[in-house]
Design a protein around this ligand. Structure first.
Ligand code: ATP
Ligand code: MG
Ligand code: MG
Ligand code: MG
Length: 468
């Protein structure tokens, strides 16, 4: 059975043989791109090649790109633990053409790789196309996909965009049917959110650019951008529908079970999945220079870390455990990503310190949460003031509280949370204005509110995401 490391190599060498330059993954923190918080797809490092602003000495490239989807346009944080196919950190395998080949070659390349080289039976595959894309329809027919398995989709699912601005275009997606023992419907159906029909590969026909003012223009050249989740194709080739059963994820889940002395497949199963996933995103973010903080990228990191730490706590761990999982991750992925062993000591120390600190308030915060809930009607949302107290006094990011409540089928009154936050700000403002330094500080507070300031921005996931 091929490992994820094998599959990554097969993919890259297949496209290398087709004249593609093998390019290394870019760091998770995009260089010179303030519109994006983290690399969320393979095309991010090539953005300026698609728009023609930048040129390189190759017109075809292939990569395995580190991606984090924990905010902004593509946010899968809340899917982790609940679906079989989403991670916050994953690897996207891609092939790219910069004004070189287009649809006529990109579709057969993909089809040949998955049906011939990977040996996936064609009769389990479905494809979607953008509803008006007759060209793509004809090309799929030509490679041998029956008309009944080519589904036209009119929604944004088949018009790919990296974020609110940037290169974009119609796309075609390849789905695998894992069989009717798993719940879910085909793309475009009401049950498509299930895990029976899993999207494995997305091929984007890059031909437009989206601007901030809402306008979109046609690009001078037609390009190709594709993305296939390594863990999804890996699950398939390893005989499972579930990304978390792949060799790499399984090793991390077992490490998590080991350090918490619990059963990887027992009642704590979801906790182990979340921990394994969040271990990867936090470790790779730290390796790429992000440190936990109260704003921007650092706060997204802190939120992911603390979510994982709550799940470890629920498994009964008394002492910090996340840092003890890092060696297992380095064993799995260190050869492909040397930045990981290089930063190992820093990752371990950062996780250990954060978990040590958070443990001091986590237990008391969870008790407070239970008390608050105990005093409420069964379906009443947690009052905003309580969620704010958890945030302000116990260091619970709002989404951590929401994650805790979701297990109980309950919600937070987020409007009330915002009100409590605004009151706190007003109080801070009033306190400062009594110091006689009010004029300057009033300006500072205004700037902070407009642009986001270190101390205040962190709490507000909406504001933080608005920046991406
Ligand atoms: P889905 O609809 O399943 O959420 P997507 O359409 O959002 O996927 P794309 O943006 O098209 O995903 O990304 C390209 C490929 O990357 C997908 O076809 C899938 O194989 C993989 N992928 C996307 N998101 C994730 C994730 N959160 N975890 C693991 N793999 C992912
Ligand atoms: Mg998605
Ligand atoms: Mg999709
Ligand atoms: Mg897609």
């Amino acid at each position: 059975m091929p490992t994820l490391n094998d599959i990554r190599s097969t993919f890259l060498s297949y496209f290398e043989k087709q004249g593609h330059e093998v390019v290394a993954s870019s760091p998770l923190v995009p260089r010179n791109d303030p519109t994006l918080m983290f690399a969320n797809s393979g095309m991010v490092q090539f953005k300026n090649l698609f728009t023609g602003v930048e040129h390189r000495d190759y017109k075809r490239a292939t990569t395995a790109q580190k991606c984090v989807r924990a905010g902004g346009k593509h946010n899968d944080l809340d899917n982790v633990g609940y679906t079989a196919r989403h991670h916050t950190f994953f690897e996207m395998l891609g092939n790219f053409s910069f004004g070189d080949y287009f649809k006529e070659e990109a579709i057969p390349f993909a089809w040949e790789l998955i049906t011939k080289h990977f040996g996936i039976p064609a009769e389990r595959l479905y494809v979607t196309i953008y509803h008006t894309d007759d060209e793509a329809f004809e090309i799929w027919k030509k490679v041998g996909v029956p008309e009944s398995r080519i589904i036209r989709i009119a929604t944004s699912d088949n018009f790919w965009q990296m974020g609110p601005t940037g290169p974009c275009g119609p796309c075609t997606e390849i789905f695998y049917d894992h069989g009717d023992h798993i719940w879910g419907g085909p793309p475009g159906s009401p049950d498509e959110d299930g895990d029976r029909f899993i999207e494995i590969w997305n091929i984007v026909f890059m031909q437009n650019e989206q601007f901030e003012d809402g306008s979109m223009k046609a690009l001078d050249m037609q390009s190709i951008d594709t993305g296939m989740g390594l863990e999804r194709i890996g699950a398939l080739l390893q005989g499972s529908h579930d990304n978390y059963n792949t060799d790499t994820m399984r090793a991390l889940i077992e490490a998590s079970a080991d350090v918490t002395s619990s059963d990887p497949d027992g009642p704590g199963k979801t906790h182990h999945r979340v921990i394994a996933d969040h271990l990867r995103s936090t470790s790779f973010l730290i390796a790429d220079g992000v440190m936990p903080s109260n704003d921007g990228r650092g706060y997204v990191l802190r939120r992911i870390m603390r979510r994982a730490m709550r799940h470890a706590h629920l498994l009964g761990s008394q002492d910090p455990v996340m840092h003890r999982l890092v060696p297992a991750l380095v064993r799995q992925m260190g050869a492909a990503y040397p930045e990981l062993p290089r930063a190992q000591a820093l990752i371990e120390e950062t996780l250990r310190l954060e978990e040590t600190r958070f443990k001091q308030t986590l237990d008391r915060g969870l008790k407070l949460l239970d008390e608050e809930l105990g005093g409420l009607a069964d379906d009443a949302p947690l009052p905003g003031a309580a969620a704010f107290k958890l945030y302000d006094t116990y260091g619970f990011p709002l989404d951590l509280t929401q994650d805790a409540l979701r297990e109980k089928g309950r919600k937070v009154d987020t409007e009330g949370f915002d009100v409590a936050m605004a009151e706190q700000k007003a109080k801070a403002r009033a306190a400062w204005s009594g110091t006689g330094e009010s004029a300057d500080l009033a300006i500072w507070f205004d700037l902070a509110e407009t642009h986001g300031a270190t101390d205040f921005l962190g709490y507000d996931t909406e504001t933080a995401e608005g920046q991406m």
